[in-house]
Structure formats: C-alpha cells, structure tokens
Write a protein that binds this ligand. Structure first.
Ligand code: G3P
Length: 292
C-alpha cells in the first residue's frame, strides 16, 4: 500500500514541476551579461529606472528600496562627481530640477550636497530625502538586487586612471558586486576606460548617434568590447533587431511605462526593460512567462 505521506510528496513534486516544464522557452534567447540575485528562469530583467521613480523621487534611497520591494531585478542609477571627488547619485548635471538648490553638482562638496532636500520637488512628504552616494546604494543592493550604474558624461575625462570609472569600479569590488552590476555610459570613453581597467566587468553601450556613426550594435560592441546594448525603445529598428538577434546581443531598452509597449518589446526579444513602474513591468513579464 502506498503510504499517504509518499503520495503527498509525489503530488506536490509534480505540482512544482509542471509549470516549470511548461516554460520551455525563456522570454529572451540572449545570455544575460549580469547575474541577478533572483532568477525565475525567464531570462529577462525587470529594471527600475532611477528606482521606482514613478512613485518616489528618482535616484533616492526611497526609490531604490521601493524598486526592490516591488519586485525589480535590477536598479538603474546615475552617477557623477562632487567638487571633492565623491561619487554621488543624481541624473542631471545641475541641481535645480531634483533638489532645493540651483547650480552644478560638481561645484558642491559632498557635505554641501548632503544638506540638500532631494525629495520635496516630487512631493512634500519626501522633504528628508537626500542625494545618495554610490557607496550607500552598494551597501543597500549587496546580496539583494543587481545594479545598472550609468556614468554621466559630465564626469568622464580622457584619463583612464583615477577618474569616476576607476573609483566606482573599486567601490563595486569592495562590496563584491562585480558580477551583479553592469556599467553603462553615453560617453564611450568611459566604456573603454572600464574595459582597460577590468577585462570582465559587464559593460553596456548606451546608443549615441554621433559616436555610433551608423554602425550596427554588433560592430559597436566589438569595437568597445562591451557586453550589452542599451537604447531608447523608439530607436529599436528592424535592422537592429535582426543584428542583435543574429549576434545574440542582450538589448536593454528605456524608458517604457505602458503595458502595451512592454509586451511588444518583450515579444521582439529584448533582454530587459527600464521602467519607472517596475511593478507594472513585472506584472506584464509574469503574465507572458505564465503563458509561455
Ligand atoms: O540608462 C538608461 C536610461 O536611463 C538612459 O537615459 O536619460 O535616463 O540617463 P537617461
């Protein structure tokens, strides 16, 4: 006679296995250039653009924490340098749009930047929000969530050493995150510098018309020895899709907040989407994954 416990184990085993067997096809067929902490096998990355920036002030710890809680698998953040050479997280070259101060970020020391209110421009309830440092974000993200660290063009110089690239790479290594981050930049010098500094660190080229000079993504990735191609979703032409598919290049597109667009892009084979609404994206991805 079959023991009741044995039968129960067998049935629950099948219940766990059947949905897995149904997912014969991942959402993207390109290898991911970065390791995620959570992996359900869909081979697709839900990226929170500047954190969960539809609901919280962008590039703040609240936006990053919310992104993680809402199920994002990666956080995208922007880094630049303060006057005293500290690496701070903010999108614009100037402070005006996202803080209560005017002027260029690079003209303020970290101590001065830390005094600013980086939240009430978004909503009065976020008055105490501060500009984070890269180190603070790494401490939060370690063992939890992967990062796309975008190096802002204004912080890049012609030098490979001692600049934002080397300093941010050192910090990433200090926290053992080198397999869980991907660096990107619109300034391809930053990509070259990082590759010179580290042969393995994952790198993404952000499409820039001038530097790309009509070259296909596969050609560009080859030149810069990068691992992924990031672009505005409106720029993703049939020609590019053909090229990246043929070369199995992971493509991450920004910034997509509408469900319909998300679904279309996933079906076209992109490996990840940057969204201000990672919860909406996760819902779309999960629905598609369930029906695969
Ligand atoms: O890194 C993806 C996307 O964030 C690039 O555009 O303007 O938000 O830096 P932007």
């Amino acid at each position: 006679m079959i023991n009741r416990y044995y039968l129960l184990t067998l049935v629950s085993g099948f219940l766990i296995l059947i949905p897995r067997l149904m997912h014969s096809q991942p959402l993207s067929d390109k290898p991911l250039p970065v390791q995620l902490y959570s992996d359900n096998g869909d081979n697709f990355v839900v990226i929170a653009h500047r954190g969960a920036s539809a609901y919280y002030p962008e590039n703040t710890m609240s936006a990053f924490k919310a992104a993680y809680e809402l199920g994002a698998e990666m956080i995208e953040l922007d880094i630049t340098l303060s006057k005293d050479g500290e690496i701070v997280v903010i999108h614009d070259e100037k402070l005006g749009r996202t803080t209560n101060r005017k002027g260029r970020v690079v003209d303020f020391t970290l101590e001065q930047l830390k005094e600013l209110d980086a939240g009430s421009w978004f909503d009065a309830s976020f008055t105490s929000e501060k500009i984070p440092t890269l180190e603070e974000v790494l401490i939060f993200a370690k063992d939890k969530i992967a990062l796309n660290i975008e190096i802002k063009t204004e912080a890049v110089t012609k030098n490979t050493f001692s600049g934002i690239e080397e300093r941010s790479l050192e910090l990433v290594k200090k926290y053992g995150m080198e397999e869980h981050v991907i660096f990107s930049s619109f300034d391809y010098r930053a990509i070259s510098h990082l590759r010179e500094l580290d042969v393995d660190i994952p790198l993404a080229l952000l499409y820039d018309r001038r530097q790309a000079a009509r070259k296909l993504p596969s050609v560009l990735l080859d030149i810069f020895n990068a691992n992924a191609f990031n672009c505005n979703y409106r720029k993703l032409s049939k020609k590019w899709i053909k090229d990246v598919s043929a070369h199995k290049i992971p493509v991450f597109v920004y910034t997509v907040n509408k469900e319909k667009d998300m679904q279309k892009l996933i079906e076209s084979g992109v490996s990840g989407i940057f969204s201000d609404k990672p919860d909406v994206l996760k819902m779309v991805v999960d629905k598609l994954w369930e029906t695969k």
